[in-house]
Design a binder for this molecule. Structure first.
Ligand code: ILE
Length: 389
């Protein structure tokens, strides 16, 4: 067993493995997409897959990166931390991607992003809106504007619709990093707007029965309910609020920004106000093309999560194009390219479906415009986000 040749062989194997630094970039150029294709988080992830795929098709049809196409490599993160870590590890070490768009949830990002950061692989969060995401590390940026920029807009809009609102109830999923981050902003904004936060109720993203929370809310006679949760839990919570008799306005956070929630709360989704980081009517040329292509294929307006995922892929491709001018991507050493790509993407300016964007020194998105929409249900399963602002 302890044959000297075996030691020599394993040494050789080890040195080949550590020669990972001599690895070239594959062609087509692999870009990792680590989003939730299964679990409840796939209610968002499905929209992200569509957005990323559209970007791949569209950008490759326009010459990819200096004539070399990109190829998206999908690894399903599912809805938890372990799934995201596993997907990131596969993309980094097995699929040799140049960068990663993902994961879906902030809760997952806080676990998986440090792995990419340590491996010096650039990550663009397509939907992570909790405070502190870009601060995870130098290799972590995002194209999803944070709760601080988004959440207050929905509250202000609710007050425009009903200026008499005085007393509010706040509910949030306490086991989710984004929801706890967002509720902090909602509660602060409510105080800044001189609203009385009559009750704060907690739940879990895995909950189905909200009788306790709804009873507490009804007991306070509030004129506004503010919810921070994910799609399945929030959908059920809204349904139970209405069924038990709540009649006032409802503001929902970023986790309620998907039509995947409609079949869950059905007609009871009607009227819920949700702030948006994207509008299908955004006037940029990039968005006209994206929205037209999306509409032609899916017969409806593109949702925010699809637009953001598209943008994530586009930012990588635009930054790769700049590097390709310096030296053809195929001639780069993979680790060198990952480092250069991270630097380049942070200094670039991008014309995307979200409008013109760039990044601040931490890697947080600098975006020009935000919007607010209200859900309008057509029947018990189908509805739309009607833009108010
Ligand atoms: N924005 C949230 C997060 O950061 C969810 C993403 C809604 C799908 O986790």
């Amino acid at each position: 067993m302890n044959h000297p040749l075996k030691n020599t062989l394993s040494l050789m194997l080890l040195s080949t493995l550590s020669l990972g630094s001599a690895q070239k970039v594959a062609s087509p150029i692999p870009i990792g997409i680590a989003v939730a294709q299964t679990s409840n988080a796939s209610l968002f992830g499905q929209e992200q897959v569509i957005g990323a795929r559209l970007a791949e098709k569209f950008l490759n049809a326009r010459g990819g990166v200096g004539g070399t196409p990109i190829k998206l490599v999908f690894q399903d993160t599912s809805g938890d931390e372990a799934g995201a870590i596993n997907a990131f590890q596969n993309l980094i070490s097995k699929d040799n991607v140049v960068g990663i768009v993902g994961p879906t949830l902030s809760q997952q990002a806080f676990s998986a992003d440090p792995i990419a950061d340590r491996a010096k692989v650039p990550v663009l969060g397509p939907s992570n809106t909790a405070k502190g995401i870009p601060q995870i590390g130098a290799y972590i940026s995002r194209v999803s504007a944070p709760v601080t920029a988004i959440a207050p807009n929905a509250l202000k809009q609710a007050l425009k619709i009903n200026p008499k609102i005085k007393k509010v109830a706040v509910l949030y999923a306490q086991n989710d990093a984004f929801s706890t981050s967002e509720t902090g902003i909602f509660q602060q904004t409510a105080k800044d707007l001189d609203l009385n936060v009559a009750t704060v109720q907690k739940f879990q993203t895995t909950d189905n029965d909200f009788t306790t929370q709804v009873t507490a809310v009804l007991g306070e006679n509030v004129d506004l309910v503010i919810i921070s949760g994910l799609a399945n839990d929030s959908g059920n919570l809204i349904k139970q609020l209405r069924q038990l008799g709540y009649k006032g306005l409802i503001v929902g956070g970023n986790g309620l920004n998907s039509s995947s929630m409609f079949p869950i709360c059905g007609q009871y989704c009607d009227g819920v106000i949700v702030a948006q980081a994207y509008s299908p009517t955004q006037s940029s040329a990039a968005n006209q093309l994206f929205a037209r292509e999306y509409k032609a294929q899916y017969k409806k307006d593109p949702p925010q999560f699809a637009a953001q995922a598209y943008t994530g892929v586009q930012v990588f491709v635009d930054a790769l194009k700049v590097l390709d001018h310096k030296k053809k991507i195929a001639d780069w050493d993979l680790s060198d390219l990952r480092i250069a790509l991270n630097k380049q993407l942070l200094i670039g300016k991008y014309k995307t479906p979200l409008g013109d964007l760039s990044f601040d020194k931490d890697g947080d998105i600098v975006q020009q415009a935000f919007y607010v929409a209200q859900i309008k249900m057509k029947d018990t399963k189908n509805g739309t986000f009607v833009f108010l602002k």
